[in-house]
Ligand binder design. Structure first.
Ligand SMILES: *Cc1c(COP(=O)(O)O)cnc(C)c1O
Length: 364
C-alpha cells in the first residue's frame, strides 16, 4: 500500500497554492535576462523596500546568531494601533496568523464560511484542519454579507473576510461590515484580513481595531508584504481580543519571525515617507492601467487594492503571449476565474511595458 494513502484524506484533497511565477523561473524557461522581466503577479511593492527598513535589516545582521525577541515590534504595533501588546500576534507573513486562527478554532466536524473568489488561503487553512469549507456565491465579484450570514451553521466557527479582497479588489464599506458584525453570532470568529488597507482612500478607511472591544470575536490581520515592501521577509500580524490572542500564541512557533523580519518591519512601520510614496504611486498607476485597459476595450473589476483584475477572451493564450514578452501577471484559473487576469500596479514604466505587451498579445 502506498504511503500517500496513509495521509489524512483532507490533506490529500488540498489543491496546492500556485504562486506568481518567479522572475528567475521565467528567465530559465524562456532564456530571458532577469533584469528585462517585468513581474506584476504577486502584488509586491514596485518601489522595493523602505530605505529605513533596509538600514535596519542590515544592522540586524549583526545579531543573527541569537534567537529573535519579538518585544520591540509588538510594542511598536501596539502603539501604532493604540492597542495593548497582549492583543498583537506576530506571524511569518499574515498567512501564518491565518493558519493560527484555523488551528485554534477549526477541526473535523466544524465549518468555516468564506466568499467565492475570496483569498485562496482561506479554503487552504480551513481544509488543512479537517474542517468543512462553505463557499458563498459572490455578488458582483465581492462578498455577499447577507448570504454569508445566512450560510452560518451551528458547526461554523470561523468566517473569513478580505477587505479589500484579493484577487477581485472589491471593497465592503465599513458601515456594512459593522452592521454585519452586530448580526453574526458571538461564537463565530470573524477574521477581517486588511492586507490592502493602506491603499484605501483616507475617506474609506476606518480604525477597525477599535471594534475589537465591542466584538471580541473579531480578529484583524495585517501584513508587511504589500505597502511596506517586505514580502520576502515574511512578517504579518493579527490584532485580537487579549484572550483570543493568548490562544493563538499557544500554537504559534515561538520564533516564527526572524531577527531581520522584526527589525525591518519595525523600521518600515515608521517610514511614513515611503508609505506615502507607495500609496501615491499606486493611485497614479491604477489610473494609468485602468485607462489603458479601457483603451484596449477590456472590462475590469473596480479595485481598491494595488492590483486590477480584468476580463479577456483566451486568458490562457494571452498570458503565454505576455510571458514570452517577459511580462508576468497572475492567471486566475485557480480562483475559478479562467477568463480573468490580475495585474499588480507597477511603476509607470512597468505599467507601460505591460500595456504594450498586452496590446501586442491581443493582436496576435
Ligand atoms: C497578499 C495578501 C496577504 C499577505 O500575505 P503575507 O503572508 O502577509 O505575505 C494576506 N491576505 C491577502 C488577501 C493578500 O492578498
Amino acid at each position: 500500500m502506498s504511503i500517500v494513502a496513509q495521509a489524512l484524506s483532507y490533506i490529500r484533497s488540498i489543491s496546492p497554492y500556485v504562486p506568481g511565477k518567479p522572475i528567475t523561473e521565467l528567465a530559465r524557461e524562456m532564456g530571458l535576462v532577469p533584469e528585462t522581466i517585468v513581474k506584476l503577479a504577486s502584488n509586491e511593492n514596485p518601489l522595493g523596500m523602505s530605505p529605513l527598513a533596509k538600514q535596519a535589516v542590515e544592522a540586524a545582521l549583526a545579531g543573527v546568531e541569537r534567537y529573535p525577541d519579538q518585544f520591540d515590534l509588538i510594542a511598536a504595533l501596539a502603539e501604532h494601533h493604540a492597542a495593548s501588546p497582549e492583543q498583537i500576534i506576530l506571524g511569518n507573513g499574515s498567512n501564518d496568523v491565518l493558519d493560527l486562527v484555523a488551528r485554534v478554532f477549526l477541526s473535523a466536524g466544524r465549518s468555516a464560511v468564506f466568499s467565492q473568489y475570496a483569498f485562496t488561503v482561506y479554503p487552504l487553512a480551513t481544509i488543512a484542519t479537517g474542517a468543512t469549507p462553505i463557499t458563498v456565491p459572490a455578488r458582483h465579484y465581492g462578498h455577499d454579507l447577507d448570504a454569508m450570514r445566512a450560510a452560518i451553521r451551528p458547526d461554523t466557527h470561523v468566517l473569513w473576510i478580505a477587505n479589500p479582497n484579493n484577487p477581485t479588489g472589491t471593497f465592503l464599506p465599513y458601515a456594512d461590515l459593522h452592521a454585519f458584525l452586530s448580526s453574526v453570532p458571538a461564537e463565530v470568529v470573524v477574521v477581517l484580513d486588511e492586507a490592502y488597507t493602506e491603499y484605501l482612500l483616507p475617506s474609506e478607511r476606518v480604525d477597525s481595531v477599535r471594534w475589537i472591544s465591542e466584538f471580541p470575536n473579531l480578529v484583524i490581520t495585517r501584513t508587511f508584504s504589500k505597502v511596506y515592501g517586505l514580502a520576502g521577509l515574511r512578517v504579518g500580524y493579527a490584532v485580537a481580543d487579549v484572550a483570543v490572542a493568548a490562544l493563538m500564541n499557544r500554537v504559534r512557533q515561538p520564533f516564527n519571525v526572524s531577527n531581520l523580519g522584526l527589525a525591518g518591519a519595525k523600521a518600515a512601520l515608521a517610514d511614513h515617507i515611503f508609505i506615502a510614496a507607495s500609496y501615491e504611486l499606486n493611485r497614479q498607476g491604477m489610473q494609468q492601467l485602468v485607462a489603458g485597459l479601457k483603451r484596449l476595450g477590456l472590462q475590469h473589476i473596480p479595485s481598491h487594492g494595488n492590483f486590477v483584475t480584468f476580463a479577456v477572451a483566451n486568458a490562457t493564450a494571452i498570458n503565454i503571449h505576455l510571458l514570452k514578452q517577459g511580462v508576468i501577471v497572475r492567471p486566475l484559473g485557480g480562483y475559478d476565474m479562467p477568463h480573468h487576469l490580475r495585474v499588480t500596479i507597477g511603476r509607470e514604466d512597468e505599467n507601460q511595458r505591460f500595456l504594450a505587451a498586452l496590446e501586442k498579445a491581443l493582436c496576435a
